[in-house]
Structure formats: C-alpha cells, structure tokens
Design a protein around this ligand. Structure first.
Ligand code: PDD
Length: 280
C-alpha cells in the first residue's frame, strides 16, 4: 500500500512519525473516514467540512487546503486501485520533540497521515442483509463527542464487549437515553417515523446521518430528532445505524430482544438502497 504522510507518498513500511507525536502520546488528534464506491469518494465535502470544524474546536492548525486534501484522497485511491473501500485521514498536533501536557508552540507543524483500506463488498454487504445484533453499554466517553478525536479506546472496548456477547456492536446509553453506536449514529423506526437523537456535543454529527435524514424526508418519511431509551428501541418496528464505513445498517436485535421478526425491516434496507443510489 502507498500511504501519505506530511506531504510525501510512501510505501506503508517506509512512512514514519515521531514517537513524541501528540497523537500517539495524548490522543491529541482528529480523523475522518471517507468511503469509496466505484473508485469515487462518497461525500468528501461533508468530511472535509467536519475536519475543519474538529480542528477549529481544538485550536489545531489545518495543515492542508480542501483542494489539496481532495487531491491526496484521489491520488491514494488511484495509486492503490481502490474500487470499494475507505480513505482514513488523521491530523494530530504533532510534537516539538518532548512530552508535555501543554500544547507545543503554535508554529509546530501538525502531522497529517492518510491511508486507504480496500473493502470489496462494502456496498453489497452480507452483514447488511443479515442485520446487526446490538448490546447496550453505559456511555462513559468525554463530553465533546461532536469532535471526531482519535480517543477510541472506550468505543473499541464496547465493540469487544459486543463480540464477547456474540453480538456485532454496542449502543451507548447516558442518563437512560441512547447516545450513539461505537462508530455510528443510532435510529429507531416506528411506522413511517424515524427517530434519532438530536445533534449536540453528546454525539458525533454524522455525515451519513445528514444525508440519510435528507433522503428520508424526500421520501415522505417523518423524522423526529429526540432522545429514546433502550426499552423504546426494543419495542420499535425497526432500528438501524449509519456511518461512512457501513452506510445504513439494519439492527435486528437489542440486548437479546429481537426487533419485529428478527430480520431487517422495510425502512432500513430501503434507506440503504436510496443512500447508495443517490451517493454513488
Ligand atoms: N465512525 N458516531 C461515532 C461515534 C462515529 O465514530 C461515527 C463514524 C459516526 C458516523 O459518522 P459518519 O456518518 O460521518 O461516518 C457516528 C467512523 C466511520 C469510524 O470511526 O471508522
């Protein structure tokens, strides 16, 4: 694989960053994941906009213009011959060659890394035909989940708790209400109505979420942005998640309770189809 690091395209085993990088020492970094279908980037604009916002919220310098960033994405997709897959992008505060809680001097160059992941079958996914089994766990993450930081230890632990329980993923719950999935936004469906938590600092403002809600409204579905509990989710007709890496993923079981007949319902697979049709 050819990867990109601080302006250079290199074979992955030749790309290096400092051991003092604050991304490594402090999780002082932000990231984006953009999917690729038919060799084309899906919703690059949305991801670039959110990257700027994340950097801004953390007073981190933006190391690259949007046009140049698009060029790097396209070049990596081209060089690595990605038809279906992902482009991962990470920007960290870099380092001035030592460990310190205080940020380094403002002119310290940020670190920027991009790499591709080849994922054949991303769109025509067997997992999406089957649907996901979910467990619920307490949400103990920090209070700025709207910033897409690389602090992913707890979401990783949540994923492992799900696997241990024979499930696919976890939804996190705070004060009795679902916040989001470990790496996706969470929804329930009741009749013609899609219910999902409103945007705030409590959840990531999903790029896929924005597009899917827009398409849902265009398809005359009702969208209600409000909190919901795991109990309400268990009694819903359907549930699903959205993310750049799995698009729309039906949820068929929550904490051992099957939703409907335990297979993907009507709405989630339709939204997945609409999303893929409209975006590719
Ligand atoms: N995760 N919520 C969380 C906590 C996420 O990590 C993600 C994305 C989302 C969905 O956002 P979007 O639709 O913009 O991908 C919601 C990415 C895919 C990841 O960590 O790999």
């Amino acid at each position: 694989r050819t990867v990109y690091v601080n302006g250079a395209y290199l074979p992955e085993n030749e790309a290096t960053i400092s051991i003092f990088d604050r991304g490594f020492l402090m999780a002082d970094g932000v990231y984006e994941v953009t999917s690729v279908l038919d060799g084309k980037l899906i919703d690059f604009e949305g991801h670039a906009r959110r990257l700027s916002r994340s950097l801004n919220e953390l007073d981190m310098a933006n190391p690259i213009s949007k046009d140049d960033l698009l060029e790097v994405h396209r070049e990596l997709v081209r060089i690595n011959e990605i038809e279906e897959g992902l482009v991962y992008l990470q920007v960290t505060r870099g380092s001035d060659g030592d460990r310190d809680f205080a940020f380094p001097a403002e002119d310290t160059p940020p670190t920027i890394v991009l790499f591709t992941q080849n994922k054949p079958g991303l769109a025509d996914s067997p997992a999406a035909r089957k649907g996901a089994k979910i467990i619920s766990i307490e949400d103990i993450r920090w209070g700025r989940r709207d910033i897409k930081t690389v602090q992913l230890l707890y979401p990783s632990m949540g994923k492992m708790m799900a696997k241990k329980a024979g499930c696919d993923d976890a939804w996190m719950v705070e004060d009795g209400f679902v916040t989001e999935g470990t790496s996706n936004n969470a929804y329930i469906v009741k009749g013609n109505k899609i219910i999902t938590r409103a945007l705030s600092n409590d959840i990531l403002h999903g790029i896929t979420r924005a597009a899917v809600l827009r398409f849902a409204k265009e398809a005359q579905m009702e969208v209600e942005e409000r909190n919901f509990t795991i109990d309400e989710a268990k009694e819903a007709d359907e549930a699903f998640t959205t993310s750049a890496s799995a698009f729309v993923m039906p949820v068929v079981e929550i904490d051992g309770t099957a939703l409907g007949d335990g297979t993907p319902g009507r709405v989630a697979p339709r939204l997945r189809e609409i999303y893929l049709d409209e975006m590719r």
